[in-house]
Design a protein around this ligand. Structure first.
Ligand code: ARG
Length: 460
């Protein structure tokens, strides 16, 4: 045990207590942020005349050495240090002697950890954003290639109206686009610097908080020191953003699992993204999609855990908050892994276009268009709905589709039908005539794809 706070104690900490309290095992992930924050703090202390320039240089040199040694694997995180902050400081003192003891002037681990976590999350938001952008690029490519790939659109998981694969993927494009904008909002809101808030009540040293905020890439300093050291809202926000990302991925995976099943056969997941069964030789399982769907629960769990941890904490810092790390780190790593793997799976997947189109034809997905045909010939919509209902019943009895009925059969149900009904309910017409913005028609889709391209260019 190499503690920072032995002075007022008359007894050694019990080993179990020490282990229970320690966080180095997981907060070592913050080493870079901790060292960067310490460097800015030391520079500011010198600028304010609290440290001499020589002292600052010594401290910066020591910190740089620690960073380098960690990155080169020469300095290991040994468990006798309580947390990353003690580890870095103790190492600095080892290397530089008494001057190292001056680094913590005007600072507390409370503002230090608040800073480290914010910087960590800020970097991770950028990484997640990049992964989402890459996923959007893959989706857009598939969309462009499948403007005329017809498939059934579903409601209640019942075939409803025909759409295209481009349109179906376009729905997910919107979701992941919103996810990016939510992450950006969170990143913007969190970007105020807590360093200089001290333990909870600021400090009597003349710190320049504007300076450190700017040096560390923040928009400015936080404005209440008690809030600064106990605010974990941004973690709850990012966990919530990530829960939505996972919810979207999970819905998409659920569809891919269905589409990849023997019953649908709309897609075939590439061998590289499938697994086999140890007993059933015929099997090729969509494990990656299932795992992404499964890991969604893990990320929701982190969000629930964080909300629950924070709900009863009085101002200001309390040790409960140390529980923010493991779940958040795990959730971030999980989400990044899931986006990357999902992207790989979806970009290598084979689309069985004929099966999709056949399925769209078989489920009376053009029934609405048959009703619209009647409306265009002066039949009120409610009556048209009834007439087409009779057509569908007739087809079910004869086990045929609407396209396969003879004109005589049509006319027997309503004399309004003429030869042009076949054209009106053809798959091509049903889909490609739907050209209000946001609809699956080719013209509408082309417009939207142009907007997406512009968006990706402007938000890279
Ligand atoms: N390991 C602590 C955390 O993660 C750092 C802050 C410790 N502060 C304290 N007053 N004990 O929250």
């Amino acid at each position: 045990m190499a503690q920072l706070w032995g002075g007022r104690f008359t007894k050694e900490t019990d080993q179990l207590v020490y282990n229970f309290n320690a966080s180095l095992g997981f907060d070592q992930k913050l080493y870079k942020q901790d060292i960067t924050g310490s460097m800015a703090h030391a520079s500011m202390l010198a600028k304010q005349g609290i440290l001499t320039d020589e002292e600052k240089e010594e401290i910066l040199d020591g910190l740089k050495g620690i960073l380098k040694d960690i990155e080169e694997g020469k300095l290991l995180f040994s468990p006798e240090y309580e947390d990353i902050h003690s580890f870095v400081e103790a190492n600095l003192i080892d290397r530089k002697g008494d001057v190292g003891k001056k680094l913590h002037t005007g600072r507390s681990r409370n503002d230090q950890v608040a800073l480290d976590m914010k910087m960590y999350v800020r970097d991770e938001i950028k990484e997640m954003d990049l992964l989402l952008k890459e996923l959007l690029e893959s989706l857009l490519k598939i969309m462009e290639e499948n403007l005329h790939t017809y498939m059934p659109g579903f409601t209640h998981l019942q075939k409803a109206q025909p759409v295209t694969l481009a349109h179906h993927f376009g729905a997910y494009f919107e979701m992941f686009k919103r996810d990016r904008s939510r992450l950006a909002d969170t990143g913007k809101r969190l970007n105020l610097c807590p360093l200089g808030s001290g333990a909870l009540a600021g400090t009597t040293y003349p710190l320049d908080r504007e300076y450190t905020a700017k040096a560390l890439g923040f928009d400015g300093p936080t404005l209440n020191s008690m809030d600064s050291v106990s605010d974990r809202d941004y973690l709850i926000e990012v966990l919530s953003d990530m829960s939505l990302i996972m919810m979207h991925l999970s819905r998409f995976c659920e569809e891919i699992i269905l589409w990849n099943s023997n019953e649908y056969q709309f897609v075939e997941i590439d061998d590289g993204y499938s697994t086999g069964s140890s007993i059933m030789p015929q099997k090729k399982n969509p494990d990656i999609a299932e795992l992404v769907r499964g890991k969604t629960g893990r990320v929701y769990g982190a969000l629930m855990s964080m909300l629950t941890t924070m709900k009863g904490i009085p101002l200001a810092y309390n040790k409960d908050m140390q529980e923010d790390k493991e779940f958040t780190f795990d959730a971030i790593d999980t989400v990044k892994g899931c986006i990357a793997l999902f992207n790989g799976m979806v970009s290598t997947m084979e689309f069985k276009k004929e099966n999709m189109e056949r399925s769209a034809k078989n489920g009376f997905t053009n029934a609405t268009d048959a009703a619209d045909y009647l409306v265009n010939h002066g039949v009120p919509f409610r009556d048209a709905h009834g007439i087409v209902g009779q057509l569908v019943l007739h087809c079910i009895e004869k086990n045929i589709s609407l396209d396969e009925m003879s004109l005589e059969e049509y006319k027997a149900i309503s004399p309004v039908f003429e030869e042009d009904i076949y054209e009106a309910i053809s798959m091509k017409n049903c889909v490609e005539k739907r050209n209000t913005i946001g609809a699956p028609g080719t013209e509408a889709m082309k417009q939207v794809i142009e907007l997406h391209k512009k968006y990706l260019k402007e938000n890279s």
